[in-house]
Design a protein around this ligand. Structure first.
Ligand SMILES: Cc1cc2nc3c(=O)[nH]c(=O)nc-3n(C[C@H](O)[C@H](O)[C@H](O)COP(=O)(O)O)c2cc1C
Length: 274
């Protein structure tokens, strides 16, 4: 809650652009509605994630309603560097929302990605990115698919061309599932960072080099989620994602229908000693 965050998080602002000058590609947790909340951000930061985004927040609601602010945005002292993502179609509203949140964040992101992504005519995408660059944005994240594409391969070649035409840092996004994927995409595109959504849901420890979620990470999620008072549905859904690759169909049939925190804790203890 903003009210709780004031004393603990003000005045610790870092310039996240510095991350892009570290000589390494920046490992980023994507904005994810319902999922990239404080507890999950705390978990991925423990496993080598350099920079986190909040879920998308509707700027207009955020400006108008204290209730929306308290429910949509929670942070803590260790939750840095942090980018707050807003959806807005009026500059003034975006600016007002940014002003409210700026003491608790290191940057503001405007969601332009749902659904316009790269354009079929790549020149138009490069022109759009150049216009954004000229307005003074610090970096741009590119998801390498166009509007119609859902499951088709990501166009990393297009991301590479965008990178070659820009001076500010460019972040690549799409279908990164392991640290090796992230390294390959960094080399293939020359981009300055890699942003991951579903890969981190499935394995929050992936940036630390784990191929699948280690039990220690599941234990960490349980501890962090309980400490943060995470609502049951969110607590359980994250576990379903994390355990997807390490549980059999039969185990999923039991685990996925558990309906209380105590039932989940008993299950984890009985089956994994967590
Ligand atoms: C559960 C979920 C929620 C998402 N919410 C947002 C969001 O709030 N804002 C946004 O810009 N993109 C959102 N996305 C899109 C991701 O940030 C990302 O661009 C997309 O999933 C492709 O990356 P990936 O292949 O690593 O999953 C969401 C994706 C998922 C899976």
């Amino acid at each position: 809650m903003i009210s709780d965050a004031i004393e603990t998080t003000q005045c610790q602002q870092k310039d996240p652009v510095d991350l892009f000058h570290s000589g390494h590609f920046v490992k980023i947790c994507a904005p994810m509605v319902r999922y990239s909340k404080l507890a999950f951000r705390t978990l991925v930061r423990k496993y080598s994630c350099d920079l986190c985004y909040t879920p998308m927040i509707i700027a207009e609601d955020f400006v108008k309603s204290v209730k929306a602010r308290d429910s949509e945005f929670t942070t803590s002292k260790g939750d840095r560097p942090l980018i707050v993502q807003f959806a807005a179609n009026e500059a003034q509203v975006l600016s007002d929302a940014a002003r409210i949140v700026c003491p608790f964040a290191d940057g503001i992101d405007l969601n332009c990605g749902c659904p316009q992504r790269i354009h079929d005519d790549l020149k138009r995408t490069v022109d759009l990115c150049r216009k954004a660059e000229a307005t003074g944005v610090s970096w741009i994240t590119v998801h390498g698919r166009n509007v119609e594409e859902r499951h088709q391969p990501v166009h990393y070649d297009a991301i590479k061309i965008i990178k070659q035409n820009m001076s500010i840092p460019i972040v690549a996004n799409g279908d990164v599932k392991t640290l090796k994927d992230a390294e390959n995409i960094h080399h293939m595109t020359g981009t300055d960072g890699v942003m991951v959504a579903r890969g981190l849901l499935a394995n929050p420890a992936m940036f630390a080099g784990y191929e699948e979620t280690p039990l220690k990470c599941i234990q960490d999620w349980v501890d962090i989620a309980l400490e943060h008072g995470t609502p049951f549905t969110c607590f359980h859904h994250h576990l379903m994602y994390m355990m997807e690759r390490i549980t059999s169909k039969q185990e999923k049939r039991v685990f996925n229908v558990l309906s209380s925190t105590s039932a989940v804790l008993d299950y984890l203890n009985d089956h994994y000693g967590v």
